[in-house]
Design a protein around this ligand. Structure first.
Ligand code: FES
Length: 182
């Protein structure tokens, strides 16, 4: 005897014949097993798509992390000679060579700091204010601490990426990028 796939059965919900069903159900018949079969199939499709999206997100995160680590591990690079930058002065540089613009600021005779130049809110260039110890973003009045790069007021929520510096043989040398989120 040939058995029929239960998923392919077409039945009414109460088991009575089509003619015995109320008028409204005759007018709008629902194929219950087929309907449940399709619902299951849609659900499995949804699960597969969700897990594919999740895996893609994880992969992207790993790649971004890898690229960030590569950048953080860039080789040391001379940015300027110490006597090229007066106290209170600043200059723009790139480190590594293909990076976005970075900002070197001489705070006093012996102290230099350097950060990415783009504000962490909407990437406007920040301006050093050595006398007040701040980096100012004129676009929406964001303010960062000059010594730490951390946001002090305004819309920015994340600190500026900090360039790690070394002073050696009269040179200011970038040796890495400090990764931080707070
Ligand atoms: S872009 Fe800097 S505060 Fe908005």
């Amino acid at each position: 005897m040939m058995t029929q796939d239960p998923d392919q059965l077409t039945t009414t919900p109460d088991g009575r014949t089509h003619e015995e069903q109320p008028r409204w159900r005759q007018d709008f018949p629902i194929d219950w097993p087929q309907d449940e079969y399709l619902t299951r199939r849609e659900f499995i499709k949804f699960l597969l798509l969700t897990s594919a999206a999740f895996s893609t997100g994880q992969l992207w995160f790993l790649v971004a992390n890898f690229l960030q680590e590569q950048q953080a591990a860039a080789a040391p690079q001379v940015i300027a000679r110490v006597d090229e930058v007066p106290v209170g002065g600043s200059l723009i540089f790139k480190y590594p060579a293909d990076s976005p613009a970075r900002l070197l600021v001489r705070v006093d005779e012996a102290t230099f700091v350097a950060y990415e130049q783009q504000c962490t809110h909407l990437t406007c260039p920040v301006i050093p204010q050595v006398e007040t110890g701040e980096l100012l973003c004129p676009c929406h009045h964001g303010v960062f601490d000059l010594m730490t790069g951390r946001p002090l007021q305004g819309p920015p929520q994340r600190p500026l990426a900090r360039v790690i510096l070394e002073i050696r043989d009269g040179n200011v040398i970038a040796t890495g990028i400090e990764k931080r989120t707070v």
